[in-house]
Design a protein around this ligand. Sequence first.
Ligand SMILES: Nc1ncnc2c1ncn2[C@@H]1O[C@H](COP(=O)(O)OP(=O)(O)OP(=O)(O)O)[C@@H](O)[C@H]1O
Ligand SMILES: [Mg+2]
Length: 1014
Amino acid sequence: MKCPQCQHENRPQAKFCEECATMLARTCAGCGARLSAEAKFCPQCARPVAESAARQPRFGSPDAYTPKHLAEKILTSRSALEGERKQVTVLFCDIVESTGLAERLDPESMHELMDKTLRLMAEAVHRYQGTVNQSIVITEATYRLVEGYVRSEPLGTVQVKGHSDPVNAHRVTGRRAPRTRLELGAERGLTPLVGRERELELLRDRLAEAKAGHGQVVGIMGEPGAGKSRLLYEFRKGLEGERLTWLAGHCVSYGQATPYLPLLEILRVNFQIEDEDNPLQIGEKFRQGVRQLDPALEATLPLLRELFGLPIEDERLRQMDAKDKRQKTFEAVRALTLAGSQRRPLVVIVEDLHWIDQSSEEYLTFLIDTLAGMSVLLLLSYRPGYVVRSADKTYYTRIALDLLTESEAESMVATLLGGQQLPTDLLPIIWQKAEGNPLFVEEVTRSLWERGLLTRTDGEIRWARNAVVELPMTVQDIIRARIDGLEEPVKRTVQTAAVIGREFGHRLLERISEMAAEVQHYVETLKDLELIHEKRFFPELEYIFKHAVTQDVAYQSLLSQRRKEIHGIIGEAIEELYADRLDEQVTILAYHYARSDRQEKAVEFAIRAGDRAARFSANAEATTFYEQALRILGDLATSTRRDELHVDATIKLASVATTRQHFERDLTNLDAAHAIARRLDDRRRTAQALYWIARTHYVRGNLNDAIQFAEQSLALGDALGDDDLVVWPMNLTGRICTVVGDYVKATSMLQRCVPLFEQMGNLNELATASGILGVVLAATGEFPEALKFSEQGVRIALEIQNLPAEAAAYYYRAIVYERKGEWATVVEDCRAGLEVSQRIPDPFRTYVLTCLLGYGLFRLGQEPQGLETLQHGIKLAEELGTTYLLAWGVTWLCDAYLAQRNWDAALACASRALGLVTTGPDVYGEGLASRCYGEALGQSDPARLEEAEAHIRRAIALQEDKAMKPQLARSYAACARLLQVRGKGDEACEYLDKARTLFRDLGMEWDQQRLAET
Ligand SMILES: Nc1ncnc2c1ncn2[C@@H]1O[C@H](COP(=O)(O)OP(=O)(O)OP(=O)(O)O)[C@@H](O)[C@H]1O
Ligand SMILES: [Mg+2]
């Protein structure tokens, strides 16, 4: 056994350390029995053993100035040893002129004096009350909590030592008579009552019975703030003026150790005893009161005096044994009650029984037993968890007070805010915090008002939407006090559960609990108190905190270090419990580990949670997780593992980017990641980073940069001989080559990618790569092959039910048909693609598909509709702010105007197209723009025929160079038409021939036919 003091290793049996004589053995704080090192409970008396013997209280022994029961409670309560967050009342005292006193007095006398003073103060604290003869200054926050219970005057702002800003202060000048929260509320003005008609009706019904001599008991049960006191208040108010005697007593949280507390209050009211009455006056009031009631009851007088601590004159009573005296007291009070009820029907209210002292509780049971024949209505109120002992009587009725419905809460908020139209989305905010608890509704609304988050301008309520709505202190306090009042293990259970979340599974709670065997029992207690409910039984038992705020407050009450520990423990437990289906838990694990000390786990699961979200195309969520991972990594100590994870997370983050801001952020991040990967000499990660840099350049439209980086990545991947690595830059290069018109390279790249994607089972990329390969092959006129791949693209996209891939695949196939001049199929595919792209919605795909649909319709002969659709498509691009592929749409529009002989409009379009192709690499578009500009110019300006011809020849040169056969054939035809106009008949025939032959070879029937017509 290791000595906690000097760390010396002693023999197992040692009671004291051989080195330093520190006591080693653990003993039970209850019965003193010896405990084994592992014991969680005492084997003699079953008392729980404070968790760790090594954990010593931070301060000196508490028993010097603390009563034994409290000291024990402190020593066995882990919360007290570890500390927790809660609101406390601190008694601060000082001895007048203590320094002077110390100079004059002998040290021993001074010690004696101090000791005595401390004891006196401690006593006051332990009784929860104190006397004050000095000034108390409190801050605004404290003022809010005690306002109404004390007399005070505002001091304005004062500078407080240790606070940088002046604070609002109040001076407490005295104590006010004890009052209930509702009495205070009534003074300020109560919120008009909502609902509760049924409950009031029931109370009136029971009163009628009582009046008829059939005594009744009604127990009103409800959580704090549900409106128990308010219901009683409304009931009484509704009966004002009726011939009834009302007597009310309250139990208080600190009154459980004060015998007969509520009874004394009732008697005080009954005999009209005032605070300032002296014993003589009280005695006199008793005598007169009893005589008035019934002179035969004079025998009760000594018992009443005894109850109120007045000097006992009756010798017999002084001799009487305690049990007899108690019985006699019960009988006396009941006799008074009966006598009173015979004069006028009596309504006795005892509120807050959950705090009742034992004597009063026993008296109530005694009274209820014989109540049936009295004209008495006994009304009791209590919170969930309390059990009324006589609830089995036929004349007992229980009212369970429900919380308000959402519309009731709304009408409460509306009246609280002066009966005005509420800003939309204010109610959800209040509801989220208050959840139908009337008190919480009042407090939350009031605090929004006081914190200036709600304002009234010109009679209209406005609300600072983005403000963080905190739970008001008053509400937190009520909940905190409730949690604080729980027995230690129950409290720890509720705190632990709160760390899991608003909802928590039984299995998990049990797993992480220190006292697993007892958890069931503690959870039952929490259920009885209605702090939690069962939420689900299948597939496993789950609970939910009835109010989110309870979870919040329980969570906040833990020290942050302890919270971290529990989060870590929860993470581990989840990993164990759900080892076989961890993927479903990664989000939760990321959450818990992020709040624990286990930062590496936090990174691991944040990345996994991001991967999971990305798999479901939830890019925003994935972004959040990857960013979270990077943030945590930033705080970790440097290590190779950290660097690797950093590179991975950066790449993953880039892979889910969707906005321009994302791309800019990613370029910076990826540059850094690339540098890290190189420093690590990690070629795989270097290749990956390079690819993602290329990819980010590509989506931003920097094709030259993109191709450069893609080639670097490809070279590295090839050197490593890793297909999984090379397929990406290859695919990207294929796409870029498509755009810049390098069809040979594009084809070879994409033709390598297609089988690789197939091999990898990456159907998504396979669909896209096939589609693009189709487009490339169509550009050079290899239609059978082009159709094969574009059809494969559509088939796979449909198979995997990936909507973006589906819309794209239809578009690629439509392009193939456009090249070939099969307009009906173009229209069909565009319509199918649009249906999907609008559903996603994917605005880019919608724009390109709309343009092509318009062109297809126009060529099919539906000219007005086609033109309109084309124009609409171009407008969509403008709205989207993109110019990508826009030159195509604009040249199609130009073609349409040419067909309609609208030369000016055609020329305008052609100029625009020429302008567009200078802004970005689009070789295909360049050819289209050049040709249609030549055609439009030739038609609209006979003086510029030569210039027009030059443009068409430029298109031809380009298209010959890139082997874009279908468009080349169309350019030959255009050239022939222009040469004809210029009177170069022979040359025109030559071009006509070239066009005809190509159209025929390529199988472009529509173009052949059109050529024949002209
Ligand atoms: N039906 C209601 N309509 C309007 N206001 C209500 C209603 N019920 C309760 N309130 C208001 O909510 C606040 C809390 O009610 P009340 O004091 O009666 O709660 P309680 O159940 O007695 O709580 P506790 O257990 O803490 O004593 C009071 O200000 C009360 O006026
Ligand atoms: Mg109450």
